[in-house]
Design a protein around this ligand. Sequence first.
Ligand code: GDD
Ligand code: MG
Length: 346
Amino acid sequence: MKAVILAGGKGTRLRPLTIYTPKPIVPVVNRPFLEYQIEVLRRAGVDDIVISLSYQPDKIEHFWGDGSGLGVRLSYITEASPLGTGGAYRFAADGCETTTVVVNGDILTDIDLSAVIRTHKERKAIATLTLTKVEDTSRYGLVETNVDGAILRFLEKPKPEEAAAIGVNTVNAGIYILEPEVLSLAPKGENRSFETQIMPEIIERGMPFFGHVIESTYWSDIGTPATYLAANLDLLNGNIRGFDLPKNTGSDVATAAVVDGLSRIAEDCNIKPGAEIRCSVLGRGVLVEEKAIVENSVIWPHTRIAAGAVIRDSVVGRSCHIGRKAIVTNGAILGDKTQLTDYTQV
Ligand code: GDD
Ligand code: MG
């Protein structure tokens, strides 16, 4: 079976992290993000995967090549200019005659996709959307269904008063099972949005269109700094099951340093005596000097944290230098190559 991963957005909301690193390869517990999606697809027997790009395609292709290292066949397609979510699907799946799974490229989930595909087939649906329940629907596509799961309404980023009037909290989880008929709703080469154009049109035309609510499954859109940090911590804390996390090997950790059992440290790190790493991720080649503390944080490769510095609940980009006794807390997001002078407080 085929899949299209929509990964052509600029990742604007994840800036500054996405200035040098495109969103699909932003590291989540030291693995480029899309590998989690590829694993979920592969487990459901979906092994022919097209990554739909429009931004920094070379950097992404370079990572996985033909996908053989991941047990799938990967190909890449790049739009000359962004075609929107629906236009990108048409461009990537043009001529495809089989059921296709379309995935928003910034969703972290451990969903069992085979169950969704099975229900889609049983219902003889043209399109099935996975749905999830959230408290604040305003950042998502609000989806109303009837008791049988048939989709009655799709409203992208509703205003609070619109959402209140509809009174449901199920939203589009960004994973679709689509039959080839849907391709015809996205004219070739034209910009189309699934959310504001194609989904409403499927409803208008009365095509068999269903929602599949995913429950007891982890689901998060990692498209903002806060959700990105939370996704890393959720993996460390075991709130997302079913993914093997990389082992802590090949680093130099002083016997008088503390690295708790939740933290994940890539190779070539150097943790000096008295330093403490708690529930955090360190990328390759991070140096943590004497008595520095890193807690509930993500540190990208080759950053240096000087003696006595404290990093809490924050993300520090690649090749930064955090000065002695500097304090970085409270959801701070430092872009690559940030230099913080000794004693700075962020
Ligand atoms: N190839 C390509 N071309 N990909 C695109 C384009 C494009 O023109 N525009 C967006 N994408 C990709 C993004 O990279 C992202 O992976 C995905 O499509 C969705 O775009 P976002 O910009 O992340 O949308 P969103 O998070 O505001 O809303 C979407 O996701 C929500 C779930 O997280 C919508 O689908 C909502 O309905 C949904 O609830
Ligand atoms: Mg998103």
